[in-house]
Design a protein around this ligand. Structure first.
Ligand code: GLA
Length: 347
């Protein structure tokens, strides 16, 4: 059994997912591939091909933690077992082409590909509910790896559609594909050169700040916050909440602009999103700013940091006459996670 799960880019809607807000991500061509073969016994042997490392795990995930990729395998096994899936002993080979720590969700791609491969090789009778799988993978991040992330990356990886982005409402979990009709325009990504680690970065601190603001305002979630609430909040909580309120509005602005074919307006909204992440959410770095500047000098219609922030990749929208820097890579909106070979194991 071979399963593939893509990484993701996020057109707009950053740090909104864990606030019941809105985002417009899309799955990309690059991703993680997990090949799984049954073996006797109740253990899983996994080999991370690109790293030349291997490890062995109990099907229950066995609760022990180390740093790095092994935690994702342990966590995925543990969460699948806790959710009642009957797994079987297997040998796994993991490979991929999403840069780790680059803000393109290599970790979500790994969790999702592991789930699909482990369920397929165990002969799971029916396809798992994909929203439930996204939640399960998010528990791997939160409870096993210590990155208190939302559902953005996993939903994008599981529900991606070629040539579409997804408007996700994280309050209702309604997912609406939005055609990305770009014509001669292009979406590209450029690495800032700075790796970010979600668990160690100030991502978790931002999430706590949002939670403090929510409690202070007595709301169910920051989705319900209004601009007039801001004066009741001390700094920097007022800035964080202003970002969330205005970013949700920019998401709907961008979806409307895409539907109207107004790509210039999409670019302006990307710039506004970046300015807000830099000035209000304070999640930029010097390397990210230099990268955004290089893209703007190359004539980008809009450019912004992507994902958890504090490093990682920068996304840009380019008009046909733009001259992007040489390290810009095209982003192709692609299909979501899938089992590539679905031969049933003989029992
Ligand atoms: C990371 C997290 C997501 C989301 C983004 C910020 O990618 O994994 O859940 O919070 O940051 O929008």
């Amino acid at each position: 059994m071979v399963a593939f799960a893509p990484g993701r880019a996020n057109l707009i809607g950053e740090h909104t997912d864990y606030n019941d807000g809105l985002s417009v991500p899309f799955a990309i061509e690059q991703g993680v591939r997990v090949a799984a073969e049954l073996r006797d016994g109740d253990r899983v042997n996994a080999r991370a091909i690109d790293r030349g490392e291997e490890d062995s795990f109990a099907l229950s995930g066995d609760g022990k933690r180390r740093d790095g990729w092994a935690d994702f395998v342990r966590g995925t096994l543990g969460e699948l077992t806790a959710a009642g899936y009957e797994l079987r002993g297997a040998v796994l080979e993991i490979s991929g082409d999403v840069p780790a720590g680059g803000g393109l969700s290599s970790s979500a791609a790994l969790e999702v590909a592991l789930c699909l491969a482990l369920l397929a090789v165990a002969g799971a009778p029916k396809p798992a509910d994909r929203v439930a799988l996204a939640r399960l993978c998010s528990r791997v991040e939160n409870d096993w790896v210590g990155a208190h992330t939302g559902l953005l990356d996993q939903l994008a990886s599981l529900f991606g559609e070629s040539e579409h982005a997804l408007r996700i409402d994280f309050r209702t979990l309604e997912i609406r594909p939005v055609p990305l009709r770009l014509g001669e325009w292009r979406l590209v990504t450029v690495p800032s050169g700075e790796r970010h680690s979600l668990a160690a970065s100030r991502y978790n601190e931002r999430r706590q700040e949002c939670e403090r603001a929510r409690i202070e305002l007595g709301l169910d979630s920051l989705r319900d916050a209004r601009l007039e609430d801001l004066e009741r909040l001390p700094g920097p909580l007022d800035r964080r909440v202003r970002h969330v309120i205005e970013e949700n509005a920019r998401v709907d602005g961008a979806v409307g602009a895409l539907e109207a074919g107004d790509l210039g307006q999409v670019g302006r909204l990307l710039d506004a999103s970046h300015a807000s992440l830099r000035d209000l959410y304070e999640s930029s770095t010097e390397a990210v700013e230099r990268t955004v500047m290089r893209l703007m000098q190359g004539g980008a219609a809009g450019a912004r940091m992507m994902g958890g922030g504090f490093g990682g990749h920068v996304l840009a929208l380019l008009a046909p006459d733009a001259r992007p820097p040489r390290d810009a890579r095209p982003l192709v909106p692609s299909a979501g996670a899938r089992v590539l070979s679905s031969q049933r194991p003989s029992r």
